[in-house]
Write a protein of this length. Sequence first.
Length: 163
Amino acid sequence: MLCEARPAVVAQQMQHSAPSVPSTRLNIRTYEGKTLTLSPEDLAALPHKSVVVFNAHTKASETYSGVPLADLLSKAGVPLGESVRGRLFMTGIVAEGTDNYGVLYSLAEVDPAIHTGDVIVADMLDGKKLDKDGAFKMVSTEDRRPARWVRNLTAISVVKVEP
């Protein structure tokens, strides 16, 4: 059974109004109600991937290193690859920062078996630990501007999207 997102809750989550507090833990909530909690040390111990992206805000190329979101979702028991078909294409991934900024990705956008872009949970920028962006930052290689990148990432929720 997938978690259902309620419009009022999603709208509230998407507001970017709370002060920015550095993230120190990452909670991944699955569609089965399970939660996987990661510390910065837990994420650092997992296999990393580096991506080079152009940040339209800083007007510079940046190299982020982190764990592919698909790997974290798989670790939490979310179906990926060939098992994603039918209604699973109506699955969303909501990422939230400590400031309540939230974004939505489809499951297909973060699955490397379906989509060519990379979405990673970064913990390093240009070879150094993230600083002002907290311990975790969501970064996507396919977005033309970093509007769906989430600094101070604290929560990832898998939700069912109803047409």
